[in-house]
Design a protein around this ligand. Structure first.
Ligand code: NAD
Ligand code: LMR
Length: 339
């Protein structure tokens, strides 16, 4: 009888992964901005992720409703909604991964940098809370302009004495998702098999898809590669224009954010060879302090920054062209955070 109760105690505490005998660790994921356009579908997707044991949904308002709704889904995680600044500490305590889609989205005619004045302050205050309540969490920054919000968070963490560059990620997965989709359409290859690295940053020309490294390989003409590059760089604007004042990408972003958070959870759990593109502190690729490239994610966050590989002349030119804008966005973020 005692053996039986020990077994049932164990299986009630541990969820098992398929036929594997290894238990899946307990992992808390917090989403800040969870009641928003990205936040709601992202909450749904993270609720479906069996690697999550606690899902913490925070926003300035509206999260109790989102949490009640999502919590009825019969998947592993326990869901709690937290609303208002006074509940932010509880939302963050013990988090392994914090995903931040908080802040205003673009309207037609705006650049991502036009969001800086509002979103920089939001990110600064959320990063301050992270440094206090869960300084070891892996932070997935979605809020725009990502090229500046990641440096802002880094500065806030430095000031608080909690900065670990391995644990801060700008989420650029949507650029990869778009590059894969657009490439598959032109190359006439199954989209599920496509891989395309996207490097640089997350705004306009700073988004640099490396179609010369795309797999499966296809012999696309130079003008097709150029058009694919421009479409990937303008993918966000394509959605903003189509939504005509009702915001920017939310559903595809939630999908991309869920993929990236899943990679972080797998890395934390010790799954080998977890590789995604991300905008991170990096001095390997260029003279700029932050750069997006392929990174290996492991138990401590960024385990390895992978090089760019060989570039076509067109990509080499794109790399040179993006540096000035990326540099000024990074400097703008650092200056803001140090004020
Ligand atoms: P949204 O307006 O629909 O939702 C934003 C949410 O953030 C709202 O629910 C709002 O209440 C909340 N919020 C505002 N201040 C907050 C605070 N201090 N703490 C917690 N929550 C707060 O916007 P959205 O469409 O979900 O977009 C959110 C952000 O994501 C925007 O900045 C957008 O530009 C960015 N974005 C980034 C990518 C990317 O690829 N990295 C893609 C799409 C959108
Ligand atoms: C995107 O790429 O869709 C996001 O950065 C949102 C935007 O403003 O384009």
């Amino acid at each position: 009888r005692s053996v039986q109760s020990a077994v049932s105690r164990t299986s009630s505490h541990l969820t098992r992964r398929g036929y594997a005998t290894e238990p899946v660790p307990e992992r808390k994921v917090a989403i800040l901005g969870a009641a928003g356009g990205i936040g709601q579908p992202l909450s749904l997707l993270m609720k479906l992720n069996p690697l999550v044991s606690t899902l913490s949904l925070y926003d300035i308002a509206g999260t109790p409703g989102v949490a009640a709704d999502v919590s009825h889904i019969n998947s592993r995680s326990e869901v709690t909604g937290y609303a208002g600044e006074e509940e932010l500490g509880k939302a963050l305590e013990g988090a392994d991964v914090v995903i931040i889609p908080a802040g205003v989205p673009r309207k037609p005619g705006m650049t991502r940098d036009d969001l800086f004045n509002i979103n920089a302050g939001i990110v600064k205050s959320l990063a301050t809370a992270i440094s206090k309540y869960c300084p070891h969490a892996l932070v997935n920054m979605i809020s725009n302009p990502v090229n500046s919000t990641v440096p802002i968070a880094a500065e806030v963490f430095k000031k608080a004495g909690t900065y670990d560059e391995k644990r801060l990620f700008g989420v650029t997965t949507l650029d990869v998702v778009r590059a894969k989709t657009f490439y598959a359409g032109k190359a006439k290859v199954p989209v599920a098999e496509v891989n395309v690295p996207v490097v640089g940053g997350h705004a306009g020309v700073t988004i640099l898809p490396l179609f010369s490294q795309a797999t499966p390989q296809a012999n696309l003409d130079d003008d097709v590669i150029k058009a694919l590059t421009t479409r990937t760089q303008d993918g966000g604007t394509e959605v903003v224009t189509a939504k005509a004042g009702k915001g920017s990408a939310t559903l595809s972003m939630a999908y991309a954010g869920a993929i990236f958070a899943d990679a972080c959870l797998k890395g934390l759990n010790g799954v080998p060879d977890v590789i995604e593109c991300s905008y991170v502190q990096s001095n390997l690729i260029s003279e700029l302090p932050f750069f997006a490239s392929k990174v290996r994610i492991g138990k401590n966050g960024v385990e390895e920054i992978l090089g760019l590989g060989s570039l076509s002349d067109f990509e080499q030119q794109g790399l040179e062209n993006l540096k000035a804008e990326l540099k000024s966005s990074i400097e703008k973020g650092i200056k803001f955070a140090s004020q």
